[in-house]
Design a protein around this ligand. Structure first.
Ligand SMILES: Nc1ncnc2c1ncn2[C@@H]1O[C@H](COP(=O)(O)OP(=O)(O)OP(=O)(O)O)[C@@H](O)[C@H]1O
Ligand SMILES: [Mg+2]
Length: 238
């Protein structure tokens, strides 16, 4: 079976000379959910920005057999939906519904179809009641859900979530995990949230200094790299 996402030998250097990716090999199979773990600055966000051509490094990136290169970018962007690390700051329309419909209208859908799909996406993320509200008045967790709605409304094949639980309280983290688990897409979850990764993924890759230092079952990765301390502490009696 050809993987849905395939990356070989990916290298990338920012304009200021920072070598952010130093030869990354990665694959994601259809129906799979993989965690991207690793310390701050190890290249996780830089890596995911290559998956729909927002950044272009050396090496090969393909999605559903399509190479990420200029002629394929529009098709690739329909296949890969990325919810950015700072997605909440990217909500800018007057109402939540308009925000979620924005990408669909931009893609040329008529407004009735776009609003219908946006409403369905809001329902999926449990935010229908906020459709007419102003996005900037929502809480961080609510904004994250709306940002996810804006991406799933576009019906991507691969969903990439970069630190989706970062600003959420523990109940919010758990409820977001339930929501994400129910989404049908193959997923790449960039996260420092060990319980979230354990709940949703079988496999994890561990980034270190712009490389994948190890990969394997998620339990093994969090233990091997001592990332389980928060999780273990939460289980141990006081
Ligand atoms: N626009 C930029 N210009 C220059 N260097 C950058 C830029 N963005 C990121 N970097 C650098 O690239 C490296 C990888 O950063 P990246 O944001 O991909 O890490 P990350 O693993 O996502 O970290 P975090 O867990 O903090 O989100 C870091 O050294 C960072 O300082
Ligand atoms: Mg990051």
């Amino acid at each position: 079976m050809t993987p849905l996402v395939e990356v070989h030998g990916l290298r990338f250097r920012y304009d200021d000379g920072t070598a952010a990716l130093n030869g990354v090999d990665f694959h994601l199979n259809a129906g799979e959910t993989v965690a991207l773990l690793g310390p701050n600055g190890s290249g996780k966000t830089t890596f995911v920005l290559h998956l729909n051509g927002l950044l272009r490094g050396q090496g090969r990136v393909s999605v559903s057999g399509l190479t990420v290169e200029p002629k394929n970018i529009p098709a690739i962007r329909r296949k890969v939906g990325i919810v950015f690390q700072d997605s909440e700051s990217q909500l800018f329309m007057p109402t939540v519904l308009e925000d979620v419909a924005f990408g669909l209208l931009n893609r040329g859908l008529d407004s009735v179809t776009a609003r219908g799909r946006a409403s369905a996406a809001l329902e999926t993320v449990g935010m229908s009641a906020a459709a007419a509200r102003a996005p900037y008045h929502l809480s961080a967790g609510e904004k994250k859900r709306v940002a996810i709605a804006g991406i799933i409304a576009m019906e991507p094949e691969v969903l990439v979530l970069d630190e989706p639980t970062a600003s959420l309280d523990p109940p919010g983290q758990r409820s977001l995990a339930g929501l994400v688990a129910d989404l049908p897409q193959a997923k790449i979850l960039v996260t420092h949230d060990v319980p979230f990764a354990l709940a949703l993924c079988q496999r994890a890759v561990f980034f270190q200094a712009g490389r994948i230092a190890a990969e394997g079952p998620v339990e093994e990765m969090v233990c091997r790299f001592d990332w389980h301390f928060a999780f273990e502490r939460s289980k141990s009696p006081r």
